[in-house]
Each structure stands twice: as C-alpha cells, then as structure tokens.
Design a protein around this ligand. Sequence first.
Ligand code: SF4
Length: 242
Amino acid sequence: MKRISDPDQLAEAGLVPAEKLEALHRVASRWAVSITPAMQARIDPADPADPIARQLVPSVAELAIASDEREDPIGDAAYSPVKGITHRYPDRVLLKPTHTCAVYCRFCFRREAVGPGGESLSPAELDAALAYISRDERIWEVILSGGDPLILSPRRLGEIVRRLDAIGHLGVIRVHTRVPAAEPERVDAELVAALRANKAVWIVLHANHARELDEPTRAAVARLVDAGLPVLAQTVLLAGVG
Ligand code: SF4
C-alpha cells in the first residue's frame, strides 16, 4: 500500500467514484490530500460513512464556501509577532517549524496554511522565532505544532528540541502530533531520541476514532512512553466520526 496524495489514487483505491474525479481535482488543487498506508488500512471502502475516510477523503462539499467563512478562522495571524510563532497567552507560544503533515484532515482549521507546498521555517526564520522565545521570560511552555512537528527529520527535530532545552526560563516543551497514529513506523529509535530533553517533554497525540488506536499506534506510543515521554491525547469532536 502506498501513500495516497491525489484523487486518481483515491479512485484506484475505491475510495471515491470516478464521476466525482473532476470536482475532486479542484478540491485537491486547493487543499492537500494525504492518506498514509496506516490510515488507509483502517478504512472500509464499502462503508459510505466510514469514520476514517470521513476525516481524510476529500469531498466535493469542500468547494461550497459560505461568505462568512474566513481563511484564518481562529485568528492566528493577529497573534503572530514573528513568522512561525503564535503568542496568544502570555506564558505559552506555538512554534510552527513546518507546514507539512503526514495526513491532511479535511476539518483542519489551518487548512489554508498546511500542505506539501507550505513553507517550513528557513534557518534564519527559526533563529528569529527562537530568539523571540528567549527574549520573553514570561514564556514557560512552547507547543511545537504546525503542520506536524514529527514529520521533521530526527536531525532537524532534535536541533529544535536542544535549542529549546537551552532556554532557561522554559519549563515545558509540548509536541502536538498525529504521526504516532497516522504513520506509526516513523516513530523509531532515532525520532524518539531526538525528543529527549532535560525539560519536561509532553507528546499530545491527535486521534479521533478508536480505530486509529490499533496495534501499530499502540506500539508507537509505547516506544515514546518507554523512553520517558508521557503521551496525552486530544480528540476533535466531529459529526459522523465519534
Ligand atoms: S495533522 Fe493537524 S495540522 Fe495537519 S491537517 Fe491534520 S489537523 Fe491540520
């Protein structure tokens, strides 16, 4: 099984009917598509209401955009003093080093910003983002988000974690990710080692349906927990998925 990243592959996998392909190409040209083999294996193509497909298979309904919908629905832009940083509350910031994800969720509130073409922070931009965090001693917690930070190579992820670990006033590094469920094999010894720090590191797994917590996901979570990295979970309440 290979990663699905365009509507033709969706049709080949029996996940969309051929007559919808033209419209789905329009959807996919605007909002990225990615379904990993692990996620595809959890989909029953015969079920038109499959809860995993509902999260990840693009729909023609996405093209219907109401006049009051906004490209930045949670208002990140107003709280972004430096590229890659969202600073909404005094004691914590989001640091978004990449806009790439393992899967692209159809409900994502950052869907205009994420995708394979989305820029990662350049080395100079990352320096500026880390300098911003270093300057503000009120900041106690950094939440690595994106995109999905666990899509970064262990080398790049490890460098960011090490540099955050060196900022004296930080107490917590939190990592929000869908990777342990979406691409469990990515959570290998090298990636786990990249997350080690002297500060408290918390991993927050985003999973929305019990089917995502199968044996490969549980093994990936166990590799993190066994390395001393506590794993929490967050779930988005979605119609037709719970
Ligand atoms: S993994 Fe997270 S950031 Fe990426 S598309 Fe899904 S919800 Fe959005």
